[in-house]
Design a protein around this ligand. Structure first.
Ligand code: F6P
Length: 343
């Protein structure tokens, strides 16, 4: 049995731990051979394949990024794209199955390849945003929360020294899990997430109540947050026609609005790709390793079109169809719980 592994979409701490988990499990338990497709689906379409042996995964659990590289290539595009060409490529190289490690886009493509062409593919969920349905947590999320929490702790000392309001922007295009968890862990006075639009009046009220208690206000905002009153935001000429900040991130729009309304000097920090880089936390290493091992079992069971997933503390297998199409959003109850601590 020969398995081809790929990592696709935005990188994520823990990808290398999945590769290591798979290779060790495959070599030790099944005498499986492994190859890697370089740069995600691009390696599949362009037949860019490298061997992976046990020696290659030594010490890899703690290494950030992905040794295979990544891209956002669509496997249905390009000369070698589409299920027929891909099956020919797999046959030519003696590859029996593909393990696709990726988020919503990668898994949707994997499912289509299986549904439309019978490609033997199994998915492993990956996202720092924790926005994938059908898994309780995805690896990379814990690391991102840890990094964002450290940033909040650091911002707090400089905020206190100057009596400033700090606005920290974290990742989360569609969901606010990183903002919610880091904001709770770091004791933020307001958490702004895509699932819960707010008015600038409400944000200013939270900030002022913190100032009135003699504290320096700290606001955490997910990059996908939007005001509930877009007219108000447009009046600041900060958003484009798609409601995206014109310059910089949403934090750079909100900080001056807070300053204008409250008179509190405000600063914006955009954490950006720092929260996706570096070593994964121990939690993410363990989760990624377990998923990597489980996907090899799934391959040997012939569970094509499925995805390995975390349910409670168990690793299970679900259909990829159950994991794509719906996002794992922050529920109202979790936001209400955090909101008690605002202001
Ligand atoms: O989907 C993960 C994510 O980290 C998002 O939170 C963020 O919006 C996006 O990737 C950034 O993508 P890129 O690395 O392509 O700029």
């Amino acid at each position: 049995m020969k398995i081809g592994i790929l990592t696709s979409g935005g990188d994520c701490p823990g990808l290398n731990a999945v590769i290591r988990g798979s290779v060790l499990k495959g070599v030790i338990s099944y005498d499986t051979e492994f190859v890697g497709f370089r740069n995600g689906w691009r390696g599949v379409v362009e037949e860019d394949i490298v061997p992976i042996v046990r020696h290659d995964v030594r010490g890899l659990a703690k290494q950030g990024g992905t040794i295979l590289g990544s891209s956002r290539t669509n496997p249905f595009e390009g000369e070698g794209g589409g299920p027929e060409k891909i099956q020919e490529m797999l046959d030519r190289n003696g590859i029996d199955a593909i393990v696709a490690i990726g988020g919503e886009g990668t898994l949707t493509a994997a499912r289509r390849l299986y549904d439309e062409g019978g490609i033997k593919v199994i998915g492993v969920p990956k996202t720092i945003d924790n926005d994938l349905a059908a898994t309780d947590y995805s690896f990379g999320f814990d690391t991102a929360v840890q990094i964002a929490t450290e940033a909040i702790d650091r911002l707090r000392t400089t905020a206190d020294s100057h009596g400033r309001c700090m606005v920290l922007e974290v990742m989360g295009r569609h969901v606010g899990w990183i903002a919610l968890h880091s904001g709770m862990a770091g004791g933020a006075h307001a958490i702004l997430i895509p699932e819960q639009p707010q008015s600038i009046e409400q944000i200013a009220e939270w900030v002022e109540s913190v100032r009135d208690r003699g504290r320096a206000p700290l606001v955490v905002v997910a990059e996908g947050f939007k005001f509930d009153d877009m007219a108000e935001a447009h009046s600041h000429k900060g958003l484009d026609a798609f409601n995206r900040p014109r310059l910089g991130g949403i934090a750079e729009l909100i900080a001056p609005m807070i300053e204008e309304r409250t008179g509190i000097e405000s600063r914006a920090t955009v954490l950006g790709h720092i929260q996706r880089g570096g070593e994964p936390t121990a939690f993410d290493r363990v989760l990624a390793t377990r998923l990597g091992m489980a996907v090899v079992d799934a391959v040997h069971d012939g569970a094509w079109g499925s995805m390995v997933t975390l349910r409670g503390t168990d690793i299970e297998t679900v259909s990829i169809a159950d994991a794509v199409g719906t996002l794992n959003r922050v529920p109202q109850s979790r936001y209400d719980e955090a909101k008690i601590l605002f202001g």
